[in-house]
Design a protein around this ligand. Structure first.
Ligand code: NAP
Length: 256
């Protein structure tokens, strides 16, 4: 059955949204320790730590901007130092610039920021964790990509390109690290009701209806709807799955 007994889990961007829900679910599934990374939301990260501990796991909160190499490396190393082991990395932290911006208006500053956080951030933490996992001949990485990386997203070319990169990065690592008993998969969410999507889902009734109508299952995902698939991929139940892009979008985009 699905269990993370004795396992140590590190989740980037676990102060809110999908990362928060996954942190709590890993604890509920028996993880020994959960490392909660945050960038700016210290109070929220501490609240998540409380929930993780109430669910029976040890919690460690670490501040780090994953887009900075030094901070991302220190994050993974601190987690290892503290718990003396690391089993699962969930590379989840990311941004979605809210405003629609046509390519003709997409300035270099926005492009650079999105790529720096969504792509470089994943690269820094995955590379550092991969070194640990290769040395211990075992480990598990789950990246969080997006339907935008599969089909593109008008008005958000920077975001879609960053998530397309996450998908091909995931597949590359899966091919490379399988022989070291390291699995690498991605969860590709559609719309999820978190702070990130608030402008579309919580503040615009017409857009909410349009989005919901395009989802065959007829509802918007909650963060918890993503946590289960993340745990599945990280668990031994998925022991022969690597390089998979798992769609969690209610059926709205059907591709791998
Ligand atoms: P969210 O509610 O906005 O939470 C984002 C999390 O990422 C926060 O914990 C935030 O930390 C952290 N973060 C942002 N920049 C960071 C940085 N530079 N370093 C470290 N942490 C950073 O977003 P979410 O909806 O849970 O999104 C999680 C992932 O799912 C993202 O990769 C996103 O692209 C992807 N996704 C979301 C949706 C959606 O509809 N929500 C759809 C597809 C994919 P602080 O608050 O502490 O700063």
């Amino acid at each position: 059955m699905l269990t993370f007994k004795d396992r140590i889990i590190l989740i980037t961007g676990a102060s809110r949204g999908i990362g928060r829900a996954a942190a709590i679910k890993f604890a509920e599934a028996g993880a020994a320790g959960v490392v909660i990374n945050y960038h700016r939301s210290k109070d929220s990260a501490e609240e998540v730590a409380g929930a993780v501990e109430r669910a029976g796991a040890k919690a460690l909160v670490i501040q780090a901007d994953v887009s900075r190499a030094d901070e991302a490396v220190a994050l993974v190393e601190k987690a290892l130092d503290h718990f003396r082991r690391l089993d699962v990395l969930v590379a989840n932290a990311g941004i979605w610039p809210v405003e629609d911006r046509a390519i003709t208006d997409l300035d270099e500053a926005q492009w650079d920021e999105t790529i720096r956080i969504n792509v470089n951030g994943i690269y820094h933490v995955c590379r550092t964790a991969a070194r640990i996992f290769v040395a211990q001949r075992g480990g598990n990485i789950v990246t969080i990509s997006s339907t935008a990386g599969q089909r593109g997203e008008a008005g958000h070319a920077d975001y879609a390109a960053s998530k397309g990169a996450v998908i091909s990065f995931t597949k590359s690592l899966a091919s490379e690290l399988g022989r070291f008993n390291v699995r690498v998969n991605s969860v590709a969410p559609g719309w999820v009701d978190t702070d990130m999507a608030a402008s579309a889902l919580r503040e615009n009734e017409a857009q909410l209806k349009q989005i919901r109508d395009a989802i065959p299952l007829g509802r918007i995902a909650t963060a918890d709807d993503l946590a289960g698939p993340i745990l599945f991929l990280a668990s031994d139940l998925a022991r022969h799955i690597t390089g998979e892009i798992l769609n969690v979008n209610g059926g709205s985009v059907l591709c791998g």
